[in-house]
Design a protein around this ligand. Structure first.
Ligand code: FAD
Length: 441
């Protein structure tokens, strides 16, 4: 490594850099509490990563990549000790090209990238609500989408990730470039089959945004209106989030935007359409409780801070028994599916809806419902019931790539692991279909 100051052995620091937000799940909390790496290494470039991986391959030492440690499924928690590869120092934005592609190192924070992109007339197509802290490499390794996905789909869609350069875990680690469809070998593989060292990320033209909050007497009316805006082709939007009461009461700094008992919608809408949105909301019984130009990530209030998985965080702050699920409803049956869930589980499930565009360009009513946790059996019963009635669940209570709902039937991630990490030393235990002695293809 050259500089020993970038090898950290101070136990509290190693413990801190071995954790993420797995504790959102009472199931994962039991499994992952106390899992710690042996030391942390902070490389500055791909050559140093090659050196670390060469050594670890020879000595059979596990290596777990870490961005900012904001993942929710224990993706960055080392199950078998070893080296934590902290990529925070590799945070250069090398270029934002004239046609809107950012070329970056993995440790760049998404908030920094968004700010720099906007200076050049571009913005992120989609980002997690953890934008300020989360890294680009961690978003690629463990995230899926978020704000912006209603218009641009998730990270894996529409060639948003143009290329990934990754270092392999072999006797002589290689730097391999993945372009086009090949990015899916590495994308969302939790750092199990290569360490991303450079990323080409497609951006969207920047838009002047406004934030708007609208309250409705009933959740049904709020959902109808939010769905209308989310799927309406003429609305330019970045965020459409709908909360069932009492979720708005959990969002304490912005709880005043929902009168007691009301459902609430948060929008990021093109400023040029904000007045039209307000008129449309009032015409169907909505009350506009907040409206203002979006002044970037330092805006107060910053409504996105209460959406996507931040909603779960506010719910847990209100009562530690809350946890969550990640669901996608069928756009044609969503009302029936929601009512069957309510019938069966009552206030054990509270609807928090997020919309995103799927790979076919259809806007899907997704949800990160807040769930009142009693036992693992009851949680599994809810997941099974969702699946029985046709609601897709990406289970956030499992600690492996396949179980989280991102299993790829074409096995490209597994095949890449067999090629690039034949000893199974990268984040071991997280890709359960991998068998050490399997033949690489
Ligand atoms: P980390 O947690 O550090 O890492 C994530 C995974 O990527 C790990 O498996 C790690 O090993 C791997 N990894 C990291 N760097 C590399 C690399 N260079 N090469 C290969 N693998 C690597 N997620 C969403 O998708 N959308 C949301 O809206 C969202 N909201 C959230 C809200 C809250 C409050 C919290 C706690 C989490 C949320 N998440 C969300 C999850 C998480 O914040 C995001 O996925 C985030 O992008 C992860 O980035 P990170 O830098 O913290 O990654």
């Amino acid at each position: 490594m050259g500089d020993v100051a970038r090898v950290l052995t101070h136990r509290p620091t190693v413990e801190q850099l071995s954790r993420d937000f797995y504790w959102y799940s009472p199931v994962l909390r039991k499994q992952l509490d106390g899992k710690v790496g042996d030391l942390v290494v902070q490389p500055m470039n791909a050559t140093e990563i090659q050196g670390v991986l060469r050594y670890c391959h020879a000595e059979e030492v596990p290596v777990t990549a870490r961005g900012s440690g904001t993942g929710n499924y224990g993706q960055a928690v080392p199950l078998h000790g070893g080296v934590i590869l902290d990529l925070a120092r590799m945070d250069r934005i090398e270029e934002i090209t004239a046609d809107g592609v950012a070329i970056c190192e993995p440790g760049v924070r998404l908030g920094t990238l968004e700010n720099e992109a906007r200076k050049a007339g571009w913005e992120l197509r989609c980002y997690p609500s953890t934008i300020i802290k989360a890294s680009l490499g961690g978003f690629l390794g463990g995230g899926s989408g978020g704000i912006g996905s209603v218009a641009h789909g998730n990270l894996r869609d529409f060639q948003t990730v143009r290329a990934i350069e990754a270092v392999t875990m072999e006797a002589d680690p290689r730097v391999v470039l993945h372009q086009g469809e090949e990015v899916h070998d590495i994308l969302h593989a939790w750092g199990t089959n290569g360490i991303a060292t450079r990323i080409w990320l497609a951006l969207a033209p920047a838009v002047e945004w406004s934030q708007c909050a609208v309250a409705f007497d009933s959740f049904d009316a709020a959902f109808d209106f939010s769905e209308h805006i989310a799927s309406g082709k003429n609305w330019t939007k970045r965020l459409v989030t709908t909360f069932e009461w009492p979720i708005p009461s959990f969002l304490t700094p912005v709880a005043q935007y929902a009168p007691k008992g009301n459902a609430l919608i948060f929008f990021l809408i093109a400023s040029s359409q904000c007045a039209d949105l307000e008129t449309a909301a009032r015409s169907v019984g909505g009350e506009v409780t907040y409206s203002g130009t979006y002044l970037g990530l330092r805006a107060r209030p910053l409504l996105s801070d209460y959406t996507w998985n931040h909603t779960t965080l506010w719910a847990i702050r209100s009562d530690e028994a809350y946890t969550y699920l990640q669901c996608a409803f069928d756009p044609l049956k969503v009302r029936e599916q929601m009512s069957r869930l309510k019938e069966r589980f009552g206030s054990e499930i509270l609807f928090h809806m997020e919309f995103w565009k799927n790979a076919e360009g259809v806007v899907i009513p997704g949800a990160i419902p807040v769930v009142y946790y009693s036992t693992e059996e009851r949680l599994n019963e809810m997941i099974a019931f969702c699946r029985e009635i046709g609601v897709f669940v990406a289970n956030p209570h499992v600690n492996n790539v396949e179980g989280g709902g991102r299993y790829r039937a074409d096995n490209v991630q597994l095949l890449a692991k067999q090629r690039y990490d034949p000893k199974g030393l990268l984040n071991p235990g997280k890709m359960i279909t991998f068998k050490k002695d399997a033949v690489a293809r």
